[in-house]
Design a binder for this molecule. Structure first.
Ligand SMILES: NC(=O)c1ccc[n+]([C@@H]2O[C@H](COP(=O)([O-])OP(=O)(O)OC[C@H]3O[C@@H](n4cnc5c(N)ncnc54)[C@H](OP(=O)(O)O)[C@@H]3O)[C@@H](O)[C@H]2O)c1
Length: 259
């Protein structure tokens, strides 16, 4: 089977811009990629955390950035372009707060959209043209299994992740011919500050190091979709093919103790 993306087998001197890398999956990826010899730039809002990463990894660069503010992205983009170049961009920025339709919160709906989806769109408005002009590069987007189908508590978060999945698929069609890789990362539960708020049992929970290893493996194989841990994500993929009356019944039953 031919690979869908150019395989990234050698990270030495490859510039990687990780957006949303002050904690969690982004931070773990940054740490692994520095060890593999990549020229890593970490972006997010929390400068204390980013500078602590830089202290431990002096070859890396820090570019403070808020994905909801276009001027902030513009400044970070100029810094990355001028110092490291733009080879690989990994969009890890994310926000999650559980929400149900009977406690509808418009501000939170907007905030999820602004960070999880529109933040990426703002970043794309800077990186796409230079990547197309240089005829190489790779854009990797962290979505979630929560984007596969509607889930309880996921009213604000889920739709933004579904949008990322659809956007990644469309971008793949458009960018493949330009020599640019597009990958979609769909993790199950990973132990991070984002999931620390969950009071329910998270099945097949993995560490951020395990997530980073899976992502690097997927990029090496040239995968379009990188999903993990398989014992959890394959179950959710199976649920996707079921008729709704079975899907709603099964998911409601499996999650009723989490209400
Ligand atoms: N953990 C899981 O189980 C899981 C599962 C599926 C998908 N994901 C996805 O994985 C990605 C990483 O999440 P995580 O679990 O590693 O959580 P995390 O540790 O909370 O990381 C989220 C990152 O997003 C950054 N961020 C948030 N708002 C931002 C903004 N306005 N501008 C720039 N950066 C911003 C945060 O940095 P600052 O606060 O410093 O800005 C942080 O670095 C997210 O897209 C999440 O939805 C996670």
């Amino acid at each position: 089977m031919s690979t869908l993306n150019p395989c990234i087998t050698d990270w030495n001197n490859r510039s990687v811009w990780l957006i949303g890398a002050s904690s969690g999956i982004g931070l773990a990826c940054a740490t692994h990629l520095v060890k593999l010899g990549a020229k890593v730039t970490v972006s997010a809002r929390n400068m204390d955390l980013l500078l602590s990463f830089k202290r431990d990894n002096p070859s890396s660069m820090v570019a403070e950035m808020d994905v909801t503010r276009i001027e902030s992205i513009s400044q970070a983009f100029e810094q990355v372009k001028n110092h490291h170049g733009i080879d690989v961009v990994v969009y890890c920025a994310g926000h999650y707060l559980e929400q149900n339709a009977d406690k509808f919160n418009l501000q939170e709906m907007i905030k999820h959209n602004d960070i999880n989806y529109l933040g990426l769109c703002r970043v794309l408005s800077f990186i796409l043209n230079p990547m197309i002009a240089q005829r190489f590069g790779h854009i990797s987007i962290i979505s979630s299994v929560a984007g596969f189908q509607g889930l309880p508590k996921s009213l604000a978060y889920g739709p933004t992740k579904a949008a990322l999945i659809n956007l990644s698929e469309s971008m793949y069609f458009d960018l493949h011919g330009h020599g640019i890789g597009v990958s979609l990362v769909n993790p199950g539960f990973v132990q991070t500050p984002l999931t620390a708020q969950n009071k329910f049992h998270m099945p097949a929970l993995i560490t951020t190091d395990q997530a980073a290893v899976e992502m690097i493996k997927g990029w090496r194989k040239g995968d379009f979709e990188i999903h993990f841990p398989k014992k959890f994500t394959l179950v959710l993929k199976f649920l996707k093919i079921l008729p709704y009356f079975i899907y709603f019944k099964m998911v409601a039953k499996a999650t009723q103790s989490t209400k």
